[in-house]
Design a protein around this ligand. Structure first.
Ligand code: PRP
Length: 185
């Protein structure tokens, strides 16, 4: 397969991702079967949109989909731990089971912020689901209830993940060539 020029190698191919998404959906469906209120999936924009779409379509329990948009104050390859809410969810979550859906946990600040923020809204329960996590990069303890893959500390793109808003729609997750992001940092 010919890779785009900025891509170094594929870390998780399409079949591997799809198999894992299927497993996560089966586990979530089993865990939420019979809950009194419908599950609300909260996708964290933009990165989660593809994972959320694939996951949600495989759930066998009733669920609603909502989104939240956050932005870190960082730009380019330099991240910061300050998180800003730029678009909130629309559904009321009080008394409903909530599952936050992320594409990646890097430093963990975003997910830690979201768990604090949603806890304060008194959902019936609050869990997190992330497709990927970089344990080597975590700076704060994070609650990972459903985890797809642990990945190494390299810049990854594809399946929702971007570099400067490129490559989100690749069907696989791949490592970017280091010279691509080093030259812009
Ligand atoms: C990514 C990802 C998470 C966050 C994780 O979003 O989707 O929300 O970073 O990083 P952290 O664990 O260090 O907080 P990003 O800010 O790149 O925005 P995007 O999803 O719109 O690309």
């Amino acid at each position: 397969m010919e890779l785009p020029p900025d891509i170094e190698r594929i870390l998780l191919d399409e079949a591997t991702i799809q198999r894992r998404v299927e497993e996560l959906a089966a586990q979530i469906s089993a865990d939420y079967a019979g809950t009194a209120a419908d599950l609300i999936l909260v996708g964290v924009l933009k990165g989660s949109f593809i994972f959320l779409a694939d996951l949600a379509r495989r759930l066998t329990v009733p669920h609603a989909v909502d989104f939240i948009a956050l932005s870190s104050y960082a730009s380019g390859a330099v991240r910061s731990d300050a998180v800003r809410l730029i678009m909130d969810t629309r559904l009321p979550v009080t008394g409903r089971p909530v599952l936050i859906v992320e594409d990646i946990v890097d430093t963990g600040h975003t997910l830690a912020y979201l768990v604090r923020n949603f806890d304060a809204r008194h959902p019936a329960s609050l869990r997190t689901c992330t497709l990927t996590s970089k344990p080597a990069r975590h700076e704060v303890p994070v609650q990972l209830d459903y985890l797809g893959f642990e990945i190494p500390d390299v810049w990854v793109v594809g399946y929702g993940l971007d570099y400067a808003d490129r490559y989100r729609t690749l069907p696989y997750i791949a490592a970017l060539k280091p010279e691509v992001y080093r030259s812009k940092a």
